[in-house]
Design a protein around this ligand. Structure first.
Ligand SMILES: NC(=O)c1ccc[n+]([C@@H]2O[C@H](COP(=O)([O-])OP(=O)(O)OC[C@H]3O[C@@H](n4cnc5c(N)ncnc54)[C@H](OP(=O)(O)O)[C@@H]3O)[C@@H](O)[C@H]2O)c1
Length: 343
């Protein structure tokens, strides 16, 4: 059997956890490009703790210090999984993939939150297959190379084929993207992610909208309410109304943009609020963690892009617009103050 070679770009919480599971699939070698965690990972690999899989060490087949080292290895990558934070206002991470892809062989797998994350990759590499993934895995890198999987593994992946619907007759290239997608989902399943699922392009974009309904409601509100957990927000009468309002705005805009209703099985805002009220784990949304650590937040892909995509369709999203305008300026002011204090 031939070996499947997978390269991880963005080997943080999600990237390293996915890498560790994929490494259990037969005939699969998983390598990582590391950055600030390079020293720790090249010395001792990743230490993973998980309520589902226990504690284990994952040693990448190759640990690269930068993309050039990965390109110099001359390994022919079947999949390049990107799980950097999606920050188009800071960097175009598609650049990292220059020299790593082979058209007709490599598929890019984007495991990132938000809308419009695929575009920089399809623009730079128009001939390369892009698979788009939404995961609800909750994980954190607690210190370099130390990954804590908190809960959940559900991951949906679809080939990124804009312009197609579930009724479109796919050409050979599009069909090969579907096959590549199916194979990747199989690898995840063999690695223990039993609830990995292959979706069509159209359904995956619906999942993206549904996930950002939750992210756009919880993440900015946790920051703007000065560090309130999801659970506490969902239990506060006014904040909970606000969360529901944001989710309703996103979920009522999505069908108008996508041209098709969202599946009935997707959780409603009420169900999401009820489940958040029961989740007392005290976990903080990633945007809040980024804000607290003085890092850039994924504002553009979670708030800015949905708002702009809606506008292209003649639709306004006033709740998202307010959250976006306020947080973007808060981030700008914070960064300016940081710069000023360093002068
Ligand atoms: N964590 C979760 O529970 C969760 C759940 C669902 C979805 N997501 C989504 O998954 C994506 C990844 O999130 P995450 O929590 O895994 O983020 P993370 O822990 O911050 O990991 C991102 C990794 O990318 C690395 N990176 C960034 N730019 C790089 C570059 N140019 N070259 C090499 N490495 C680079 C970072 O290195 P440095 O450490 O050196 O910056 C870091 O290790 C985001 O879109 C997030 O919204 C996260």
């Amino acid at each position: 059997m031939t070996t499947t070679n997978i390269l991880i770009v963005g080997a943080g919480a999600i990237g390293a956890f996915c890498a560790s599971r994929l490494s259990f699939a037969p005939n699969t070698k998983v390598s990582c490009i590391c950055r600030s965690n390079y020293k720790a990972v090249s010395t001792s690999g990743f230490s993973i703790t998980s309520p589902t899989f226990g504690s284990y060490v994952f040693t990448p087949a190759h640990t690269f210090a930068n993309p050039e080292e990965a390109a110099d290895s001359k390994i022919e990558w079947d999949y390049v999984l990107v799980s950097t934070k999606a920050l188009p206002d800071v960097s175009d991470d598609s650049m990292i993939l220059e020299g790593l892809l082979e058209e007709g062989r490599t598929a890019i797998v984007l495991v990132q939150n938000g809308l419009g994350v695929e575009e920089p990759y399809t623009k730079r590499f128009p001939g390369v297959t892009v698979l788009s993934a939404v995961t609800i895995i909750s994980a954190a890198q607690e210190e370099p190379g130390v990954i804590k999987h908190n809960r959940w593994t559900r991951t949906n992946i679809g080939p990124y084929l804009p312009g197609t619907t579930d009724d479109t007759k796919l050409d050979a290239k599009q069909q090969s993207a579907v096959d590549s997608n199916t194979k990747f989902v199989e690898l995840l399943k063999k690695g223990g992610i039993k609830d990995a699922d292959a979706y069509s392009h159209a359904k995956l974009q619906m999942v993206r909208w549904h996930k950002i309904a939750i992210n756009a409601a919880m993440n900015p509100s946790a920051v703007l309410s000065s560090g309130t957990t999801n659970n506490a927000m969902s239990l506060d009468p006014e904040l909970s109304r606000h969360l529901k309002g944001v989710m309703e705005e996103v979920l009522s805009t999505a069908p108008k943009v996508l041209g098709t209703p969202l599946p009935k099985e997707f959780a409603t805002p009420e169900a999401i609020i009820r489940s958040t009220q029961k989740n007392t784990s005290g976990s903080k949304p990633s945007m809040l963690l980024d804000w607290e650590q003085g890092k850039k937040m994924e504002l553009e892909v979670i708030l800015g892009n949905p708002m702009r995509i809606a506008r292209e369709h003649g639709l306004e999203m006033p709740r998202l617009q307010s959250l976006y305008a306020l947080l973007r300026m808060a981030q700008e002011n914070r960064d300016a103050a940081k710069k000023g204090s360093k002068l």
